[in-house]
Every structure is written in C-alpha cells, then in structure tokens.
Design a protein around this ligand. Structure first.
Ligand code: ZN
Ligand code: ZN
Ligand code: ZN
Length: 341
C-alpha cells in the first residue's frame, strides 16, 4: 500500500510508492553520462580563461588572478542576475516586475581537476564552507539584496554541464525565494504554538528513533527526511540551534567538512557516483523592517539538503506539488548507514 506523508515544516505531501520497488542497491549506476567533457577553465594555470576573481584563498605572495591558489570565486560567465543597476520595481496591472539585480558567482572548490566534492579532503571542504560564509557576509552589505542561495549541481542530469571540475554556485536575489519563505512561515507557525524550533524538535525525535539517521558526529547529524521527495534525499543539520549559517563557529567548519564528505562519499560509493544537487538553506538577511523576521533567530534552523537525481519529476509532480518517491527514507537511511567510507 502506498503511503502519503506530510512534511511537518512546509506541509508538503509526498507519496511513498514502493510497489514497483527496487532494492536500495539497484538505484545507482543509471546516470546518463551526457555529452563529451569540455576543456576545463577552472584548473590552476587557466586563470585567464575565467572572469576576474572576486575572492580567493591563496598565499599572500601569489598574484591575484594567477596560479598558487587553493580556492577561487569568479562571476558566472552566464549570470542569471547582475550586480549593476537599480531594482526599478514596477507594476503592470496585476503583474509585478523588476530588473534582474543580484549576483551570480562560481566557487571553484579546488585547483585540481577533481569532479566530485566527495573526493576533496575534509580540510578543503572546510575552506569551501569558509568561502560561502565570507561571500554571504560580503553580499549582505548590498542593501538591494535579500537572500543568498548556495547550491551545487553535480553531474550532467543535475545541471553540472560539460566541465567536470568540482564547483558550487551562489546566487544573491533581491527577493526572498518562495521555497525559503515556505520554510520560514512553517517554522514560524510552529514556534507560535510551541515556542520551540521545529527543526530542534525534529532533530530530537530523529536522534531518539534512529530510523532515518545516517550518521551523527561532531555536532551534526545527517538524516533522510520523513516526507522524502527523492530516493536517498539527505538533510544535514547542526545539532545546536542556529538560524544563520554564517554564524557557524570557525572551530566547527572542519567538522562540517567531515560530515559533508562522509555523506557525499556514501552516495558516491553506495550509488555509483550519482548526479546530485545540494542546497544550503539559511536565514535571509535580517534587516530592520516593521513586523518582519522578529522570531527568526529562535524559530528557523539552517540546514543542507542533498538530492541525488535518480528519479524523474513528471506530470503529476508538476501538477500537484506532490512528489512520488519509490523508496522509503527508512530503507534509504539503513542502506547509507551501512555503506562504509
Ligand atoms: Zn579542471
Ligand atoms: Zn533549532
Ligand atoms: Zn530547507
């Protein structure tokens, strides 16, 4: 019997339909390779082939836009939003529009031609985390911007393109994204009733039941969500309450790097290097505005969502907002727990 499950935070329903079930180990190894790989502009020595660097981690004696770096951030060559200009908000009858002001940056996570973040060291991933924090803090100074979404597309199906060099992206927007607002609203509503953070309660319950727990180390946990949208969807959360990813203590960045690497390695090994997306959900910029974000420090809780792309989203999902997942999160968690890395 298929099962309907509701996500407690945003109220989204999913259908867990295991009727035509495959075993967990049968999901991997189906990734479409996509067209041939293109020459890589992101390796060390190719700095002139990318836009100028906005940020880098490099020894002081190395020149900007030259070799010697450990991590670089450059503007996207095909930016979705641009830094220059005014928002120029307008209404056309019932339609609202504004200029595409924002920022779109590419984080080149390593100077080596390594395709999957899973293969970077814990230390290197912790540098990526530091970079995300530094860039979000810098973009917050721009009063036109409201949110920064950090995300990764790995593999052809996941939008990773034809260059197989580990990188992530960061898009700063002049409006708050709908998905984020849904989480903020759901968390706020829960807080009004219970005066507790819904994510903290969820963490407590998942640590007690362990049914969907993949790992718990160094102040973080990784779970498969109860109302999972995709097989092997994983959430990484800090155990200590915090709405703001940029407030992450420097001493915990290496720990988070270790957790991210472990999870990505389990996916890579257990599922034959599947394509995946990940996103970072953190609080929007909390600027003083009447009636807004008054309890966000207490009621929201940052997290990372990882979505392996092993199934397709089709008509029913587009039409309803329901997702159909052919594997229970309990079976997915058990499988990932047992993949040794
Ligand atoms: Zn490369
Ligand atoms: Zn919390
Ligand atoms: Zn989220």
């Amino acid at each position: 019997m298929p099962e309907l499950r509701k996500d407690p935070i945003i109220g989204r329903w999913v259908i867990i339909a295991t009727e035509r079930a495959k075993r967990p180990d049968q999901f991997g190894g189906q990734a479409e390779e996509g067209p041939a790989e293109k020459p890589c502009p992101f390796c060390e020595g190719k700095e002139s082939e990318t836009p100028k660097e906005i940020y880098s981690i490099r020894p002081k004696n190395t020149p900007k836009n030259g070799p010697g770096w450990e991590l670089r951030v450059v503007s996207s060559v095909a930016p979705l939003l641009m830094v220059e200009g005014d928002l120029d908000r307008q209404g056309q009858g019932l339609y609202d529009l504004m200029n595409g002001v924002g920022a779109h940056e590419v984080v080149i996570e390593t100077n080596q031609h390594i395709g999957n973040m899973a293969d970077l060291s814990d230390e290197q991933i912790s540098k990526v985390i530091t970079c995300y924090i530094d860039r979000i803090v810098d973009l917050e100074k721009d009063q036109r911007l409201k949110y920064v979404l950090v995300f990764k597309n790995h593999g052809w199906i996941a939008g990773g393109g034809r260059i197989k060099h580990s990188r992530s992206q960061l898009i700063a927007t002049p409006v708050n994204p709908k998905r984020v607002k849904e989480e903020l609203a759901g968390a706020h509503q829960y807080f009004q009733y219970h005066e507790r953070c819904i994510f903290c309660d969820l963490i407590k319950q998942e640590l007690e039941s362990k049914d969907r727990l993949i790992l718990e180390i160094d102040g973080f946990l990784a779970i498969t969500p109860f109302a999972t949208r995709f097989p092997f969807e994983v959430w990484i959360l800090p155990k200590k309450h915090s709405c703001d990813f940029t407030a992450l203590d420097p001493s915990m960045r290496l720990d988070l790097g270790r957790v991210i690497k472990k999870v990505l390695m389990k996916l890579k090994k257990g599922l034959n290097d599947p394509p995946y997306n990940y996103i970072l959900h953190t609080a929007p910029f909390r600027r003083a505005k009447e009636g807004y974000w008054k309890t966000i420090d207490q009621d929201y809780h940052w997290h990372i969502e990882i979505m392996p792309r092993l199934t397709r989203v089709a008509g029913f999902e587009w039409g309803t907002g329901f997702y159909i997942c052919p594997l229970t999160p309990e079976a997915a968690a058990k499988f990932l727990r047992e993949v040794e890395v």
